[in-house]
Design a protein around this ligand. Structure first.
Ligand code: GUN
Length: 293
């Protein structure tokens, strides 16, 4: 049976390091790391994420502000708020929660965030730095950065000689994940909905990162024995066995059956999820150190 990769425990270690770094920065320079989280509209999942980001920021000793704007907010007003936050010296990290309402151009808003405060790592300056291998200079998108940390725990930092597949090609996870794996010398395949034989491509992989948002899509017979599986998916599905109307969370990987062949696997929940917020806090404290010189 596969080793279960405990994302909660690794995330707690990261948070401990961030807390200490934040404390040291305050003592030595008087600078308190500051993060601003902006949410537009009433998407319930986004509200949960934003609340937990605020909680974690306060736990790290950060100055944390939340801007909750109505669904009807204009693009121009949102751009003005981002501009104000760019110019606010008490703020080192700006996060605009996605998705935004359809009348707002997401890309325009993201590119408005100062790259120095883009702790989500979504700005083209940061994705560009990552793509050219300037990883220490870039803010790296938090979910891939957290996934990479978990991979390093299992396989070490140098992945030379290993095949990796990233299933999914989103700008937030799939593409930056592929860049990180490549920078670690893995041989990387990016699979997606138009890949002719995804199971066959997956069976070649020593490392599988699933980020497609399809419940339990990756099956046991896709997995090379001993492979490391990182499951980024968080899908809520009906669970009638728990009672009428009940649901449960599953990943993009059929966890039970894949555990029988994999070497190591992240659970859902408790795998990649906690790492995302931890890496956001890490990026914010790094940004505050840079601002403090
Ligand atoms: N929506 C879902 N995940 C994320 C994330 O990591 N950052 C932002 N800003 N929005 C999201």
């Amino acid at each position: 049976m596969a080793t279960v990769i405990d994302g909660k425990a690794v995330a707690a270690e990261v948070i401990e390091t961030v807390k200490n770094a934040s404390q040291t920065l305050q003592t030595e320079t008087g600078v308190t790391p500051g993060i601003a989280v902006v949410i537009v509209g009433e998407d319930p999942a986004s509200q949960v994420y934003v609340a937990s980001k605020g909680r974690k920021a306060r736990e790290c000793g950060f100055h944390s502000v939340e801007h909750t704007l109505p669904e009807s907010t204009s693009e121009a007003d949102l751009l003005r708020l981002v501009e104000d936050l760019n110019n606010d010296p008490s703020i080192h990290g700006i996060l605009v929660q996605l998705p935004l309402p359809s009348h707002i151009d997401e890309s325009l808003v993201i590119q408005k965030i100062s790259p120095e405060k883009d702790v989500d790592g979504f700005h083209v300056i940061n994705t560009g730095k990552l793509t050219v291998g300037d990883i220490d200079e870039a803010f790296v998108s938090c979910t891939p950065a957290g996934s990479m940390l978990l991979i390093e725990r299992v396989r070490g930092g140098d992945l030379s000689g290993l095949n990796a597949i990233v299933i999914g090609r989103s700008n937030i996870v799939g593409k930056p994940m592929a860049s990180l794996l490549l920078a670690a010398n893995a041989t990387v395949t990016v699979g997606h909905s138009r890949t002719p034989d995804l199971p066959a491509a997956c069976r070649n992989a020593d490392i599988v990162v699933a980020a497609v948002g399809r419940p339990e899509m990756v099956k046991k017979d896709w997995i090379k024995p001993g492979a490391t599986i990182i499951d980024v998916g968080i899908n809520r599905i009906p669970a009638p066995e728990r009672g009428e109307g009940k649901t449960r969370l599953v990943g993009d990987v059929a966890y039970e059956e894949c555990s029988e062949v994999a070497g190591a696997i992240t659970p859902v929940p408790g795998g990649v999820g906690p790492m995302t917020i931890a890496m956001l806090m890490a990026n914010t404290v790094v940004s505050a150190y840079r601002a403090a010189g």
